[in-house]
Design a protein around this ligand. Structure first.
Ligand code: DX5
Ligand code: ZN
Length: 225
């Protein structure tokens, strides 16, 4: 199963509810929300109040990507706001195990995110505790950047390692995913594609989501992947 997670970061912020409903109707699997604090990354974005508002507009799982320092402080507020999946960065916490456990104790899916230069081996001791892994394929902070080509090998290596460890953990990839590179990234081993500007900066966002779903379904059917 390959999933498509539109990121509303590139939507018109005055019409976020409509963007979420559009993504839902077009067949999106998750709604990805980028939370930035102006410290871990230079940009500043959205908080729990936004999640609580869009919670009322869709039944899709809400996937909160915490690009913040001290992510532990934000787990409970986003849980209470209705986030279903919560990921935090390995670079942002000294107590990854404790934080991931906290997310799971709230009954939410716990993800661990890695910046492009962070080695996958940092996940070794936590593999048994996480529900998904988020590989950043741009340096976090803004939408609309280009996919960093070396991330393809990183995805392949992570996929191979997870297979070897018999760890059934989906790989989410975030940054620079477009219609023209989606298939290659899926074939490298990505399970969940986050796409912001490719969807919401396009003239027909619903059409892009439907096309991404078609590509994902085609790749998922192949036995050699
Ligand atoms: C970037 C965010 C991404 C962003 C991706 O820091 O984590 O989720 O929305 O945007 P695109 O798809 O435009 O690279
Ligand atoms: Zn993100």
């Amino acid at each position: 199963m390959k999933l498509i997670a539109p990121s509303i970061l590139s939507a018109d912020f005055s019409r976020i509810g409509e963007a979420v409903e559009l993504a839902d109707r077009a067949g999106a699997d998750l709604i990805h929300i980028d939370v930035m604090d102006g410290h871990f990354v230079p940009n500043l974005t959205l908080g729990p109040a936004l999640v609580a508002s869009i919670r009322k507009r869709t039944r899709l799982p809400i996937d909160v990507h915490l690009m913040v320092e001290n992510p532990r402080a934000f787990v409970a507020p986003f849980h209470e706001a209705g986030a279903d999946w919560i990921s935090l960065h390995v670079e942002a916490t000294a107590h990854l195990h404790k934080d991931v456990t906290m997310i799971r104790e709230f009954g939410r899916k716990a993800g661990v995110a890695l910046n492009p230069a962070t080695p996958i081996q940092t996940l070794r001791e936590i593999l048994g505790e996480v529900d998904y892994i988020l590989l950043m394929s741009v340096n976090p902070g803004w939408g609309g950047q280009s996919f960093i080509p070396s991330c393809l090998d990183k995805i392949r290596n992570l996929k191979a390692w997870l297979l070897k460890e018999k760890a059934d953990i989906p790989i989410q990839v975030d940054g620079g995913i477009k219609l023209d590179n989606l298939e290659d990234i899926l074939r490298a081993g990505m399970d969940i594609a986050v796409a912001g500007s490719a969807v919401f900066a396009a003239p027909d966002p619903a059409g892009v989501i439907r096309e991404m779903k078609r590509i994902a379904a085609r790749v998922a059917e192949r036995k050699d992947i």
